[in-house]
Design a protein around this ligand. Sequence first.
Ligand SMILES: [Zn+2]
Length: 174
Amino acid sequence: MGKYAVGDFKLRVRRSRTGKGVFACEDIPKGACIAEYTGREVSDDEKGLDRGKFLFWVSKKRTIDGNIPQNRARYINHSCRPNCDAEGPNGRVFIMARRGIKAGEEITYNYGKEYFDQFIKPKGCKCLKCEPNGSPNGKAKPARANGKAKSNRPNGKGMSARANGKAKRRATRA
Ligand SMILES: [Zn+2]
């Protein structure tokens, strides 16, 4: 496997500014394979349905539902300035460090324009680039709000990705 051998990095799922997120508990070097986005293969009949799933379109012919307990990668949030990329060789999706990541940082990757436009843009992106202080532009929020913030992340609104080199999540039409 080489490049896509998942490293044994300590990660933790905990509350983030957008609900649950995945955080590094140790430094992770650039280029490291952090996790595989795993799931159950979804049939053609299920692809068009919005059933609150974590769909990932990993290739033209293959969509997986990542909403299974073993798949901690389903908690990795979107960022417009991510520290990881989702790459998908052979219909699989791996989360790869695009730069060195420090212990304590949240793991993020870019879900892709289609998903962003459909699910994130209407509510406003909560990523570190778009909200460096954890507050939406022009709307003051208590500073502590990022710890208690309600999840606006459309978890399970149907996420998919195309694994053409850089995998992207693809919004599924309801
Ligand atoms: Zn953003």
